[in-house]
Design a protein around this ligand. Structure first.
Ligand code: ZN
Length: 324
């Protein structure tokens, strides 16, 4: 059954709601000034900056901005799918957890959600609907943001795509009910700024969800030299390596309260060991991985290979989305 934001007003993505939202909430990422829609793109009423619309997305990335020079825009190796028994089982387990997220968010929010997806966890080029469909009934607005232009092309009507980074969000304060930062925070060149921005654009009573590789997993703590080696080998791609406690502390500084902490990928054997185990267990491997995650969470939720945190911004929500 699809999650439903509220019994009398199930949300759906529409071009009309999106247009209303953008008129009110789109802002210059440089100065937060109001934006004017022009045939050539969007123009900031305050600083005059022009943001073009090369395809089906708005390009907010300014290549002349010195702080953006280190922003990674080539993620092609992220899309290499590994066809091995272990990775296939892991994908199946991860998918099962992803499928449970809409109902978790729906329960926490209980209302139609304006969603910002920093790093595009719900869509990717050419696959705009499959993940979003799971959120039917919950999302009223979907804004996806990524520095990689390849990921943004071909978006359908009713979805807003922006070439941008988490450190400079092109939206006014308190614009979103739900902000997703899934497998993205480690790519930010200034993760503190990205978290500042996340807290800024969230409405009171809004929810933010962070999924990240755990730099404080049990394996990395047990074998610190191996962890150092993994950090070195990943340094071309990852700017920061964080554990769940560090992220909880950062969000606490910004006034956001932790409401969910879950670890996953507890089976951190060397790759050869993982593949041998997956061959041995065959079709039961996803069940084994899910069981280990369940036990791991019971014993030590901060020590999994990955972690998922959900935070809530305290305060009454007085700016409910008008769907009329
Ligand atoms: Zn401006």
């Amino acid at each position: 059954m699809s999650p439903t934001a509220s019994a009398d007003s199930p949300a759906q993505l529409s071009t009309e709601t999106l247009a209303k939202f953008l008129e009110k909430c789109l802002a210059c990422p440089k100065c937060h000034g109001a934006m004017l829609s022009k045939p050539a793109g969007y123009v900031c009423r305050s600083c005059g900056a022009l943001f073009q619309v090369p395809e089906s997305y708005v390009d907010f990335l300014d290549p002349t901005e010195p702080s953006l020079a280190s922003t990674q825009t080539d993620f092609s190796d992220h899309y290499v799918v590994q066809h091995t028994p272990y990775w296939a089982a892991l994908r199946q387990t991860t998918e099962a957890y992803s499928a449970s997220l809409p109902s978790i968010f729906s329960t926490l929010l209980g209302r139609p959600a304006r969603c910002l997806d920093i790093g595009l966890s719900l869509v990717s080029a050419g696959h705009f609907r499959p993940h979003l469909e799971r959120y039917a009934g919950l999302l009223a607005v979907y804004c996806g943001l990524d520095p990689d232009a390849q990921q943004l092309v071909g978006a359908e009507d009713g979805l807003f795509m922006a070439r941008s980074v988490g450190e400079a969000l092109p939206f006014v304060d308190e614009a979103f009910d739900l902000v997703l930062i899934h497998a993205t925070l480690d790519h930010c060149f200034d993760y503190q700024k990205a978290l500042d921005e996340c807290a800024r654009v969230l409405v009171p009573d809004g929810v933010t969800s962070i999924i990240l590789n755990n730099d404080h997993s049990w394996a990395k703590q047990l074998l610190p030299w191996a962890a150092r080696g993994r950090r070195r080998s990943a340094s071309a791609h990852h700017n920061v390596f964080l554990g769940p406690r560090a992220v909880i502390k950062e969000m606490d500084k910004r006034g956001l309260e932790i409401t969910r902490l879950r670890g996953s990928r507890y089976l951190l054997l060397p790759p050869a060991g993982l593949e041998a185990l997956a061959r041995l267990c065959g079709a039961s491997t996803p069940r084994l991985l899910a069981l280990l995650d369940a036990v791991g969470n019971r014993l030590a939720p901060t020590l999994g290979g990955d972690f998922h945190l959900i935070f809530r911004k305290p305060g009454p929500n007085e700016d409910r989305l008008d769907l009329s």
